[in-house]
Design a binder for this molecule. Sequence first.
Ligand code: AMP
Length: 292
Amino acid sequence: MPEMDIITSLKQMQEYVLKRRGAGRTIALVPTMGFLHEGHAALLREGRKRADILILTIFINPTQFGIGEDLGKYPRNMERDKVIALDAGVDIIFAPTASEMYPEGYQTYVNLDELSHPLCGTGRPGHFRGVATVVSKLFNILQPNVAFFGEKDYQQLAIIRRLTADLNIPVEIVGMPTVRESDGLAMSSRNSYLSAEERTAALCLSRALSLAADCYRSGELSVQVLRDKVMKLLDNEAYAAVEYVELCDRETLESVEQASDETLMALAVRIGKTRLIDNMILGKGFPCKERC
Ligand code: AMP
């Protein structure tokens, strides 16, 4: 069986990229924190189609975790990740160490204003500063022509689109639809934290979105009513503690009072100790085939 090549050295990675860019090859990038699932694989398969070289990064970025968050116990399985990467046609995995990415004396961070404040920015201060910083660094190191991100992390995708435009980084950003389990739960590496009972309870996120989609489709435009219905459903789930249920403009992420096709509904809910997020654009509806 062929082996998947992994580069951990930043210098070696830059040499790899420069050589190939110099030879006119195009590069696709899929940044991840590893513990890959079918959602990551969908990004990789699309990346494979869109460039000559496909780079997967696996880096559990310490600067995007707050105090008391799950940095230390974030799930890892490099052997399994290598198999998934090979299967998806990845050319090289870049898995740097934290000390290479943030050596002693490191002090430069990328901050966005409005986009990083609402939704997850409220409960996770500093999170998007860490995300924007690491993604900017990966763009500089790997010089991709195209990079792939999931709509599952909608605010992250919006922030990356914005920083790429604001900092004139010559990379195309491609957003990919959320891949779900057959019962509707959005795939996430953090789903591995859930006990059997919590896994069942976690369905309340997709059920909540599905309910809101149904109400919107049948003509309900009041944000207050949509929110109340969703809150009621989530409050009925004993394992669930709501962090936020927001309806906002899909571009600016500013709250709206009246729902429209351009409204993003975004949720963050703690199931036991595990924080899960999910979202949908009202105009697109909720894609789950099952009756969620
Ligand atoms: P992570 O490893 O969780 O940081 O995710 C790496 C990339 O995969 C991000 O762009 C995520 O938005 C994307 N991703 C994670 N879960 C999913 C999913 N269920 N469907 C599509 N993309 C996903």
